[in-house]
Design a protein around this ligand. Sequence first.
Ligand SMILES: Cc1cc2nc3c(=O)[nH]c(=O)nc-3n(C[C@H](O)[C@H](O)[C@H](O)COP(=O)(O)OP(=O)(O)OC[C@H]3O[C@@H](n4cnc5c(N)ncnc54)[C@H](O)[C@@H]3O)c2cc1C
Length: 492
Amino acid sequence: MRETTNVLVIGGGPAGSTAASLLAREGFQVTLLERDRFPREHIGESLLPSILTVLDLIGAREKAERHGFVRKYGGYLEWGDDTFEIVFGDPAEFKDGYGFQVIRSEFDHLLLEHAESQGVRVRQGVKATEVVFTDGRPTSVKWVNTRDAEETGEISFDYLIDASGRAGLLATRYLGGRRYNEGFRNVAAYSYWTGTTPPRHGPPGAIQVGSIQDGWIWAIPLHDGTLSVGVVAHKQSFQSRRDQGRTIEELYGDALAESPLISGLLESGTRVRPVQVEQDFSYICEESAGPGYFIAGDAASFLDPLLSTGVHLATFSATLAAAGVSSILRGELREDEVAEYYRGAYQTAYIRFLVLVSSLYLNYRGKKSLFWDAHRMSREEVADGRIIHAFWNVVSGLEDLDDAEGGGSALVVSEMRRLIDVYFAQGSGRDDAWLAGLPEEEQEQVLAEVRPLVAPNEYALSEETALNGFFVRTTPHLALVRVDEPTEAVER
Ligand SMILES: Cc1cc2nc3c(=O)[nH]c(=O)nc-3n(C[C@H](O)[C@H](O)[C@H](O)COP(=O)(O)OP(=O)(O)OC[C@H]3O[C@@H](n4cnc5c(N)ncnc54)[C@H](O)[C@@H]3O)c2cc1C
């Protein structure tokens, strides 16, 4: 069977559904292939406030609100010898200052059904098996019905958005170039509990995070009354304990007992599901866009889940990709400039969060162990110039690092500390006097860097919040627009 479509999306997770919905709402013919049949389980339940912006953009806010997911107004961390309270928005109002804690099988299903309701041809139980390239450009995808291997087909398209999650069809099979962050080779073991004690700390619906000797633990309240509890540890320490004969259940139990914050919640609780294990290595794909394709979400990059940034990065990249495809197909921008922009903007967004996550690991003041050592950015990573360069671009806008030579590593560390202090200043009681001591312009610059984590509306949707010189315009139609330059129709 041979079919055609304007845009083919591989994967029906948050990235795929978001990109597909946005493009279908623009009148493009969009087909989405999803290997599984929804609802399907997925880890990644704690969503940042930016999800409200995404839901508004695709027209699914009311459906999500009606579903009854737990509203998350922030987080509470017991981190080594420190405690932090994170509050989204103004606690007195709590209007748009919340994210959601979601059961992903339900949330992802809601988004996929919504995509279908917007006109996307959604094909569940259909796995993309091969991408066919013509002159270096993907032009069709071969697929198979996962329940009937005899049923196969091929679909041609103008544009491909690969949102296939960590499987990452394009990146792992055709492009290569996934760059792993050595320090973040983690493993997560998680399960679900009932009958737990309500948290005593943090704003309503807060994620609770407790550090332990070899990693950290999350506890996320879900709307069916269960508590999602997961342990993140370095792969090596996890494996060495497995080699000593500890079962996964035992390792999980040992870790929970180490955190007074988390074990206090679980005292009266019962674990209701087997413990599951997943790798959560961090990586970024440098070829996240090229002729005829964009890679969005986990298919392109994955970042340590400490700050719950996964779904944000997935839906944000999907929005940029959809706006880019829309502008290209309408002849407003050339695909090479859009691809170049997308690669750069993606890296900026990713590194911004990597720096924040690293800052939090750096700021850990507790017992030393392999986990904490591994999560400090290595000398090589800093020395190879990429992280330090990107970091400086993010934090201070400085292009030239020559004068930072030699002292570069120390500068990065001190800047990271400053960033994390700002991020956690609210309610943490930590000293943020240094910020007040900066010139006003610099204060604004530093705050602008941490805002995307906590503010729902900073989403590259206006000139003021533009990322790398472009922003996404939604009216009169979805488009990527260069700051200060009206778009004109150009040859593709
Ligand atoms: C331990 C852990 C904890 C996490 N915690 C959080 C958190 O609290 N908050 C948060 O925001 N994020 C969290 N994340 C990250 C989050 O899970 C992901 O970032 C998010 O799911 C990415 O969405 P996506 O749409 O890119 O990919 P996915 O949600 O993985 O969707 C990809 C889809 O593609 C489909 N697919 C794959 N291959 C094919 C193929 N060949 N053909 C057709 N379909 C295919 C898959 O079936 C899947 O449905 C966590 C991750 C881990 C590992």
